[in-house]
Structure formats: structure tokens, C-alpha cells
Design a protein around this ligand. Structure first.
Ligand SMILES: Cc1cc2nc3c(=O)[nH]c(=O)nc-3n(C[C@H](O)[C@H](O)[C@H](O)COP(=O)(O)O)c2cc1C
Length: 201
């Protein structure tokens, strides 16, 4: 037991700077910067295991994912374009937007549909929060191994239920588009943390 504890402490001692560096340099990277390099199964599993390590009240582990690759990306792209066309009022419809909806999938190497599975055991917001934590883990793990991506949440994700075979207690809250990329490191657009913190004592 002691040996195990020491090992964990040792690992933690070496980790913080790398983690902070990863957190600070993570950015949203979109399809325009993705390269054609495939994502290995090993990398994909690392990213998904990171998602599965997210915190979760009562261990309900509400995050669910549908991973699209290869021809799955074409199916997802077609469905996104189809939904856009079906739900957009004719006066707002734009053929280029329809095409671009599909391209978001087909220009990605992997697309991960993000789903919350509401268990009913804890308030819904807690399971939404836990799933968001799992997405941040995906984002950071991907960045740590050289992958870029971003969380897309267009309104039409509310119509993906049948396509994703969602249960009544499940909701799609976005798609994480991912790929190897050639984007430059850039500063985050953020106002100072001092504006968001009140110190007491
Ligand atoms: C819940 C959530 C939904 C998001 N939805 C979209 C989206 O639909 N389209 C998009 O381009 N970016 C989306 N983003 C990414 C944000 O635009 C991005 O995180 C923000 O611009 C800050 O940039 P950074 O991630 O590089 O720090 C989303 C982020 C979050 C957390």
C-alpha cells in the first residue's frame, strides 16, 4: 500500500508543469488546419480513456460517445446536411451552408458525437457538467498527443437522436471534430482572471 502511494506521489510530482502547459496551450482547432494524417487506434483510445477519467457524482459516468471515422464521416456529413435542409426555413436556407455542414464531418479525421446519458440518480445539470468535464479531458488529451479539435454545437444536433439511436434519457450536446493539424500556437482570447474572482480573506 505504501509503495503504491509513493508511486502516485512520485508521478504527481513530475506531472503538474506538463499538465499546466497542456491546459494553457490548448486551443480550438478547426477543419481548415487538419491534415490528412490518420489518427491511430492507440491515440483514439488514449483520448477516450481520458474522457472516461472525468469526475462524476455518484459515479453515474453519464458520458457516451459515438465515434465516426472513414465512411462513418460521410454518413454523419450527409445527415448533418440533410437535417440542415429539413429544418431551415426556405427564406434562410443557403446551399453553401448545407454543403459546409457536411464538410465539417468529411474534412475531419474523426468526429465524436458527445452524448449525456441522464440516469435520474443525480440532478441533470450534474450529469451535463460531468459530460462537459469528459469533453475537456478529450480536448486536453488530444492536444497532449498532437491532435487538434473543437466542440461544435450547432442547433441541428437536437435532431440527431434517430441517427445516433439515442434513448429517451440521452441527449446529444455536440460533436467533437478532431484531426492532426498544422495550426500555430496562439494566445487564448480571455479577459483577465482578476475580473472573474472575488477574494475573501
Ligand atoms: C459548450 C461549447 C460549445 C461550443 N460550440 C462551438 C461551436 O458550435 N462552434 C465553434 O466554432 N466553436 C464552438 N466551441 C468552441 C469555442 O468557440 C472555443 O472554445 C472558444 O472560441 C475559445 O477558444 P479556445 O478553445 O481556442 O480557447 C464550443 C465550446 C464549448 C465549451
Amino acid at each position: 500500500m505504501l509503495a503504491k502511494k509513493n508511486l502516485v506521489q512520485q508521478q504527481l510530482k513530475n506531472m503538474p508543469n506538463e499538465i499546466l502547459k497542456t491546459i494553457r496551450t490548448r486551443r480550438s482547432v478547426n477543419q481548415n488546419s487538419f491534415t490528412n494524417e490518420p489518427i491511430s487506434k492507440e491515440d483514439l483510445l488514449s483520448v477516450l480513456e481520458a474522457a472516461n477519467a472525468a469526475p462524476t457524482h455518484k459515479r453515474t459516468q453519464p458520458w457516451r460517445f459515438v465515434v465516426f471515422q472513414n465512411d462513418g464521416l460521410n454518413r454523419l456529413g450527409n445527415e448533418l446536411s440533410r437535417i440542415y435542409k429539413a429544418i431551415t426555413p426556405s427564406e434562410k436556407y443557403n446551399a453553401i451552408t448545407e454543403e459546409n455542414m457536411g464538410k465539417k464531418a468529411t474534412m475531419s479525421t474523426v468526429a465524436i458525437a458527445i452524448i449525456v446519458n441522464y440516469s435520474g440518480d443525480v440532478p441533470e445539470w450534474e450529469e451535463l457538467a460531468a459530460t462537459a468535464c469528459s469533453v475537456q479531458n478529450i480536448w486536453l488529451a488530444a492536444h497532449a498527443i498532437g491532435l487538434g479539435g473543437y466542440w461544435a454545437s450547432p442547433g441541428l444536433i437536437n435532431h440527431l437522436g434517430p441517427f445516433l439511436s439515442l434513448e429517451d434519457n440521452q441527449k446529444c450536446i455536440g460533436i467533437f471534430y478532431m484531426g492532426h493539424h498544422n495550426s500555430e500556437v496562439r494566445d487564448p482570447v480571455r479577459s483577465p482572471i482578476e475580473e472573474k474572482v472575488r477574494w475573501e480573506g
